[in-house]
Design a protein around this ligand. Structure first.
Ligand code: ADP
Ligand code: MG
Length: 240
């Protein structure tokens, strides 16, 4: 599904990612842990194709195709969907109108919106004045209608209360087809700080990023317990 080889990325002339290697198989969902500023969001921006994040080395392959130089909207068409950490508001564009560009069936739009408790937001401007939980639900609604092969979630559990977390977890499970292990192709990469979303979404593998590079991978629950017990300092020590 996704293969990242020796990826180095700079932002504003500063090297952030250094030779990142990461692979996500068809149907696999992974979490990415790491302290603030380690480069997790940068990795998602680079996969999404944000032109401000310049690839200085290595490559990104999606479904066997080299997408390193591909424009962001083309990557969406190829099947990559993203929930950003800070999604932008769009003044003057109603959420419903945006969703109609994503999906042609208005009944489907309304039914998914209702599942996410978002029916009364359809007539509002996209993300404008939305609370933390509403923002994430609005983004999740777009992704559910898009049905990407690969979903990237940047801290879906940050700034979200328990009720919202449950709704978001449910949406992620549907998107990642977690309940259909035999037939699923959908894959995910989930950045999480404290692992709260893992109470709702069962993930297959975890990675730890430190200082712009992946230093460890393994059982996600074990990695999380280790981080909670020993902090990231232990990862830095273990890496040496
Ligand atoms: P994380 O998501 O792990 O907290 P980020 O990827 O957001 O980390 O940031 C990694 C480093 O890159 C930080 O030092 C941050 O300041 C820098 N950085 C990220 N995006 C930008 C940007 N658009 N402009 C300038 N610096 C950036
Ligand atoms: Mg981040």
């Amino acid at each position: 599904m996704l293969e990242i080889k020796n990826l180095s990325v700079e932002v504003e002339g500063k090297g952030i990612l250094k030779e990142v290697n990461l692979k996500i198989e068809d149907g696999e969902s992974c979490v990415l842990f790491g302290p603030n500023g380690s480069g997790k969001s940068t990795l998602i921006q680079a996969i999404a194709g944000n032109p401000n994040y310049r690839v200085t080395g290595g490559a990104i392959f999606f479904n066997g195709k080299d997408i390193t130089e591909m424009a962001a909207d083309e990557r969406v068409k190829q099947g990559i969907g993203v929930v950003f950490q800070q999604p932008p508001a769009v003044r003057g564009v109603k959420l419903l109108d945006l969703l109609k560009h994503i999906h042609s069936d208005e009944n489907r739009i309304k039914s998914v919106a209702s599942e996410l408790n978002m029916s009364h937001f359809l007539e509002r401007d996209v993300n404008l004045g939305f609370s933390g939980g509403e923002l994430k639900r609005s983004e999740m609604l777009q992704l559910l209608l898009m049905e990407p092969d690969l979903s990237l979630f940047d801290e879906p559990d940050s700034g979200v209360d328990i009720e919202n977390l449950e709704l978001i977890g449910k949406a992620m499970n549907a998107l990642l087809k977690r309940e259909k292990p035999r037939v699923r192709k959908a894959s995910g990469l989930i950045i999480t700080h404290l692992g709260s979303i893992m109470q709702y979404v069962l993930v297959d593998r975890g990675f730890i990023m430190l200082d712009g590079t992946i230093v460890c991978s393994g059982n996600p629950q074990e990695l999380l317990e280790n981080i909670k017990e020993n902090g990231y300092e232990e990862c830095a020590r273990c890496r040496q």
